[in-house]
Design a protein around this ligand. Structure first.
Ligand code: NAD
Ligand code: AOT
Length: 312
């Protein structure tokens, strides 16, 4: 399968490496010149579950895309605020048959994708895999994960199941979901708690989970997400979602992970995806006349921290 990874930072690199090792014809596309040049010169370097590996994989800048190379599958892995530009830049790689899979964190990305891609080729989902960027051309990957995905287009259920099976052949543990908006909101609850709170408190997920207030905060935030989701026809089982969020506290599994928002804001002074997570719930709350005070405050605090750190 000819696979383009559109956005080859931490997660794009993980997926690129795993799909390449699984025998696919993978090309990375990214907008960060230092990263692209490092991969071109030295290969993509990864600490993969404790083992140092180097993967030689084709890579190009968004500005170097040629129209000749149509992909079977494009996996989107930009940050939320980079998605629209990436979709514009990858147009030459897309044929009428190219499937687009979006696994970004956050809510509502299909609205952006639908502007550029016919519905029949759009597949959306979320992932419990994690990844960290060490520096240009270098990532750290540990632990296990999974993917849930579904077709947006009518009559594309078999295509979605085939796509999940193809990703699983490379060890990505992908499953078809018949209720992907539920799964996306469920994962957004993980990010709507862990990402902002670990960044504000300067801790990893296990350390946050060990605080006395963690449970109450998680319950309140999940309830706000659930109230908004209900207005969109998604009925979250809040007790199950809280349990799911709190399973991330376990230091033996992924508790030691610093969420991507922490990596961006605290380590690299980069702008965050908060407006697509808690910020999206705040905006929807105002639209539906639902109070979301924790999401409002968490969004504001992350924006304060962006200002304080001069994030770009
Ligand atoms: P990332 O920031 O590592 O990569 C996204 C883009 O930003 C890439 O184009 C990358 O090259 C660029 N970039 C990264 N660091 C840069 C720097 N210092 N200077 C300039 N450009 C830079 O993002 P990610 O963590 O791979 O996340 C992609 C999507 O997946 C997001 O929606 C994220 O929330 C989601 N996600 C991340 C994780 C995780 O563990 N990292 C887990 C699940 C989902
Ligand atoms: C995560 N992390 O989604 C993944 O860092 O943005 C992120 C992210 C899987 C399970 C728990 C947290």
């Amino acid at each position: 399968m000819k696979v383009i990874i559109a956005g080859a930072g931490a997660m794009g690199s993980r997926f690129g490496i795993m799909l390449h090792r699984g025998g696919n014809d993978v090309t990375l596309v990214d907008g960060w010149a230092d990263h692209v040049n490092a991969i071109k010169e030295h290969g993509l370097k990864a600490n993969f579950n404790g083992e140092d590996i180097t993967v030689k994989v084709p890579v190009m800048l968004q500005s170097q895309i040629k129209s000749s190379e149509k992909a079977d599958l494009i996996i989107l892995f930009t940050k939320s605020m980079q998605l629209d530009k990436m979709l514009q830049d990858i147009k030459p790689l897309i044929s009428d048959q190219t499937k687009i899979l979006c696994l970004l964190n956050g809510i509502g990305h299909e609205d952006t994708i639908e502007k550029y891609i016919p519905m029949k080729n759009i597949f959306i989902g979320n992932t419990m895999w994690t990844a960290g960027l060490v520096g240009p051309g270098q990532v750290k990957l540990f632990g296990n994960g999974s993917i849930e995905l579904q077709n947006l287009g009518k009559d594309q259920e078999n295509a979605a199941k085939d796509l999940a099976a193809a990703l699983s052949e490379s060890g990505l543990n992908a499953k078809y979901s018949d209720n992907i908006h539920y799964s996306i909101y469920r994962k957004a609850c993980v990010n709507g708690t862990m990402n902002c709170l670990c960044s504000i408190l300067d801790v990893n997920m296990a350390e946050f989970g060990a605080t006395k207030s963690a449970h109450d905060i998680v319950v309140t935030v999940v309830n706000e997400f659930a109230a908004v989701a209900k207005h969109e026809g998604v009925n979250l089982d809040t007790a199950e979602v809280v349990e799911h969020v709190e399973s991330c506290f376990d230091p033996e599994t992924i508790g030691k992970h610093y969420p991507s928002m922490y990596q961006d804001l605290i380590n690299n002074h980069r702008l965050t995806e908060i407006d697509y997570i808690n910020g999206a719930v705040s905006r929807k709350g105002k639209k539906y006349n639902i109070a979301t005070p924790y999401c409002d405050l968490l969004t504001q605090l992350i924006h304060c921290k962006e200002d304080i750190l001069g994030a770009k």
